[in-house]
Design a protein around this ligand. Structure first.
Ligand SMILES: Cc1ncc(COP(=O)(O)O)c(C=O)c1O
Length: 461
C-alpha cells in the first residue's frame, strides 16, 4: 500500500513551532479545503476555525473574489520584481491604497513577505534613519517580555518569548526587554491599572537611561499582544510610554501584524490606544493569509531624513526577490475590497463585542478560569489551578494543550498559549457560531478540570 500523506509528512517535513518528538509519534493533521470559517481535512472531518489560521484569515476561507484576483494576475503576469525601479500595477495601486487607508500620515510603503522580515526591515530603517541624522549609536531596540515579532534573527531577538530564544543563542546584543502590560500577572495588589501603567512607563524610562538614551533607537510593541497571551494594555499605558519615548527621542514601531485590518474593530489597533507610530508593520490580515505579504509604513519623520539625503545614500541596499509580489498585491487589493464592501471592520466590532461578553458571561466564574481577556475579535481565557491566588497549574499537567486537544476532538480549533486558550475567529463568523465555540470551551474546561480533580483525588487516596 502507498504511504499515507501523514507517513510522508512525518518522514520529510520539519514543522514550525511543533514538538519534533510528538509530531513523529502523532502528526500531522492534513487540511484539504476551507469555506468561510470551516475547514475540512483529508479524511473528511470538519472543523470550525476559531483561530483564523494563525490570526490571519480575516475574510474567511474560499473567498471567490480573492481567488479570482490571484488567478487573473497569475495569468497576466505571475511575477515581476520591484528592484531597480521596476514594479507592477497591483504593487503601485496597493502602496497608494495603504497610504490612503492609514489613519496616520505615512510617506512610503516597503513590501516584504512576512511579519518577521517586515520587522527586520523596520530595524534597518531605524538604523538608517538614526545614522543619517548623525546618531549612528542610537541602535538599540527596546521590546517587551511576552512580545512576539517573528523569528528571523533580529525579529526573534525583539520577541520576548523564551521559546524563540532557547538553544539559538538569542537575543543578539542590542535588543533589550521591558515588562509587558500584563495586569493579571504583573500588577501588584492594591495598585490600579492607571498606576500600573505609570509604573511600566517609569521602568521604560529607567531602562532607557540605564542603556543610555544616545544608544536607544526604537521601541517596538503590538497594540494588543497576541502570541504572548492576548494581553490588552491599560488605557493609560501607551500614552505614558509615548511620553517617555518622545522625551528620549526614541522611535515607535507599531507591530500591527495581528491587530491591523480590523481585528480590534478599528482599521488599526493603534487607533484604539492612541498610538502615534513612526513605523507600522503589517502582514497577516493584509491578504487574509491568501498569499504571503507584509508591509512597512514609513512616517514623514523618518522618510524626510531619508529623502533629504537620498543623493548621498544612492541605492537603498535592502529588498527581497518577492518584495511587492504581484500575486500578493492583487490578493491584498481584493481582500481590502471585500473588507470594505462587506463592512467587515464594523462586523468585527459588533461580533467582537458579543464574543467578549459571552466569554465573560459563560466562563469568568468557572473554577479553573483565572482571567478572560481580549478586545474585539481576539480573546484568551487563562486557566489556573486556583483563581483566588492566581496560582498557575503545574506545567507538566499541560492543561492548555489538553483543552486544545479536547476542542479539536469536538471539531473546533483554538490555540493554547501555555494555559491561556486563545480565540481569534474570522470576521465572517456568525453570532450562533460564537456561542457554539464558547459552549464547547466551557465543556472542555469542565472536562479537563474534572480529569485533574479525579487524578488529584486518586493520588491523595
Ligand atoms: C505581532 C506579530 N508580529 C510578527 C509576526 C511574525 O509574522 P510571520 O510569522 O509572518 O513572520 C507575528 C506572527 O504571528 C505576529 O503575531
Amino acid at each position: 500500500m502507498a504511504d499515507s500523506l501523514e507517513d510522508i509528512d512525518r518522514r520529510t517535513h520539519l514543522h514550525p513551532f511543533t514538538s519534533i518528538a510528538e509530531h513523529a509519534a502523532g502528526g500531522p493533521l492534513v487540511m484539504r479545503e476551507g469555506r468561510g470559517i470551516r475547514l475540512k481535512d483529508v479524511r473528511g472531518r470538519e472543523y470550525l476555525d476559531a483561530m483564523a489560521g494563525l490570526w490571519c484569515v480575516n475574510v474567511g476561507y474560499g473567498r471567490e473574489e480573492l481567488v479570482a484576483a490571484i488567478a487573473a494576475q497569475a495569468r497576466q503576469l505571475a511575477y515581476y520584481h520591484s528592484f531597480f525601479s521596476m514594479t507592477t500595477e497591483p504593487a503601485v495601486r496597493l502602496a497608494d491604497r495603504l497610504l490612503r487607508l492609514s489613519p496616520w500620515p505615512m510617506s512610503r510603503v516597503f513590501f516584504g513577505l512576512s511579519g518577521s522580515d517586515a520587522n527586520d526591515t523596520q530595524f534597518k530603517l531605524v538604523w538608517l534613519y538614526q545614522g543619517l541624522r548623525g546618531k549612528p549609536a542610537k541602535r538599540k531596540i527596546i521590546a517587551r517580555h511576552r512580545g512576539y515579532h517573528g523569528v528571523t534573527v533580529a525579529s526573534a531577538s525583539a520577541s520576548g518569548l523564551p521559546l524563540v530564544h532557547a538553544r539559538m543563542g538569542l537575543p543578539i546584543p542590542g535588543f533589550v526587554h521591558v515588562r509587558a502590560p500584563h495586569a493579571y500577572r504583573e500588577c501588584e495588589p492594591g495598585i490600579d491599572e492607571a498606576q500600573f501603567a505609570s509604573q511600566l512607563a517609569a521602568e521604560l524610562d529607567e531602562t532607557i537611561r540605564r542603556e543610555g538614551p544616545d544608544t536607544v533607537g526604537a521601541f517596538i510593541a503590538e497594540p494588543v499582544m497576541g502570541a504572548g497571551g492576548v494581553l490588552v494594555p491599560p488605557k493609560a499605558y501607551f500614552p505614558a510610554v509615548q511620553e517617555v519615548l518622545r522625551r528620549h527621542d526614541v522611535l515607535f514601531i507599531a507591530d500591527e501584524v495581528i491587530c491591523g485590518f480590523g481585528r480590534l474593530g478599528r482599521t488599526f489597533g493603534g487607533e484604539v490606544f492612541g498610538i502615534e507610530p513612526d513605523l507600522v508593520t503589517l502582514a497577516k490580515g493584509l491578504t487574509s493569509g491568501y498569499v504571503p505579504l507584509s508591509a512597512c509604513l514609513i512616517s514623514p519623520r523618518v522618510w524626510a531624513e531619508i529623502e533629504e539625503q537620498a543623493p548621498d545614500i544612492g541605492v537603498f541596499g535592502h529588498g527581497f526577490t518577492y518584495s511587492a509580489h504581484p500575486l500578493a498585491a492583487a490578493a491584498a487589493l481584493a481582500n481590502l475590497d471585500v473588507l470594505e464592501r462587506d463592512r467587515l471592520f464594523e462586523r468585527a466590532r459588533r461580533i467582537g463585542a458579543h464574543l467578549q461578553e459571552r466569554l465573560r458571561g459563560e466562563l469568568a466564574d468557572k473554577p479553573w478560569v483565572g482571567e478572560v481577556r481580549g478586545l474585539g475579535m481576539i480573546a484568551a481565557v487563562e486557566l489556573v489551578a486556583d483563581p483566588s491566588t492566581r496560582r498557575p497549574f503545574d506545567p507538566a499537567l499541560r492543561v492548555g494543550v489538553r483543552v486544545f486537544r479536547r476542542m479539536l476532538a469536538d471539531g473546533i480549533i483554538v490555540r493554547a498559549l501555555g494555559d491561556s486558550i486563545a480565540l481569534c475567529p474570522p470576521y465572517v463568523i456568525e453570532v450562533s457560531e460564537v456561542d457554539e465555540i464558547v459552549g464547547a470551551l466551557a465543556r472542555a474546561i469542565d472536562g479537563i478540570g474534572a480529569e485533574i480533580r479525579a487524578a488529584q483525588v486518586s493520588a491523595a487516596g
